[in-house]
Design a protein around this ligand. Structure first.
Ligand SMILES: Nc1ncnc2c1ncn2[C@@H]1O[C@H](COP(=O)(O)OP(=O)(O)OP(=O)(O)O)[C@@H](O)[C@H]1O
Ligand SMILES: [Mg+2]
Length: 243
């Protein structure tokens, strides 16, 4: 039976050469929700995102999106299906302007200039800072502005699911707050988001549902509030000692 999950993995395994990193990962991402993936450094979160976006092959397991089998799909096929990856480190085209970077996100779209122009306006409404700096070279943006530009570029592909790796890395608390507010607003309009976030409190506060990864395996899952109250999660990831 076709599932309505926007993304579902079953027994997903992957690694680099001889080194296996992911060991049978099962996750389920529901449409319209913010789903978080948390876990310590080296747990395999970015590796999972690379596999989900087709940048790294899986060695075993399956991946589906709304009943469609994406197992073994190329990065272009997965992007074409609407699963978009905002990678760790942002990866903008440094010499190109903010607007050129944003428009790069739309290059696979076939729904016409008017729709692209409308979405560009929408990105500028979400991140007014990008409008002010639309002609500036991306390499000269601050870290926070680069993150806005990277997320904006993802949005310009009109994604089914926006996957963001390390939303807050290197950003000031105020900027993180602004980005979190922007993601909440996007989600309120229906955007589905899969978020990898080092700041566990921010992630669990923002998400509907979260998965905890440790050493390449999903070790826990639940709603954000359930996991925030979970003594094991608090002890391991929030530095709160159990009584
Ligand atoms: N290109 C690569 N070649 C070999 N090993 C890699 C490569 N990229 C990652 N790894 C290894 O895979 C494991 C998982 O790394 P990954 O980047 O997925 O972790 P992560 O959960 O995203 O960590 P962080 O929170 O630090 O970003 C680590 O042991 C890492 O050293
Ligand atoms: Mg990572």
């Amino acid at each position: 039976m076709a599932s309505s999950l926007i993304l579902e993995t079953k027994g997903l395994c992957a690694g680099y050469g001889e080194i296996q990193v992911l060991w049978g990962v099962d996750i389920a991402v529901r449409r319209g929700e913010i789903t978080a993936l948390i876990g310590s450094n080296g747990a395999g979160k970015s590796t999972l995102m690379r596999v989900l976006s087709g940048l790294l092959p899986m060695s075993a397991g399956e991946c589906f999106s709304e009943g469609r089998d994406l197992t073994g799909g190329s990065a272009a096929e997965i992007l074409g299906h609407g699963i978009v990856h905002v990678p760790e480190g942002r990866r903008l085209f440094g010499a190109m302007s903010v607007e050129e970077n944003l428009l790069m996100g739309a290059y696979l779209r076939r729904d016409g200039r008017a729709a692209v122009a409308r979405d560009l306006d929408q990105v500028y409404a979400t991140f007014p800072r990008l409008l002010e700096r639309r002609r500036q070279a991306a390499a000269t943006l601050s870290g926070g502005e680069q993150q806005m530009c990277a997320i904006g570029r993802g949005l310009m592909s009109a994604p089914l699911l926006l996957m963001i790796d390390e939303l807050s890395l290197g950003l000031s608390p105020l900027l993180v707050e602004q980005l979190v507010a922007a993601l909440r607003a996007l989600n309120a309009k229906g955007m589905s988001i899969l978020l990898v976030e080092q700041d566990v409190t921010t992630a669990l506060d923002l998400c509907h549902h979260a998965f905890v990864m440790d050493m390449g395996r999903i070790v826990r899952e639940g709603s954000g509030s359930e996991l925030l109250a979970d003594p094991i999660v608090r002890d391991a990831y929030l530095g709160v000692l159990q009584e």
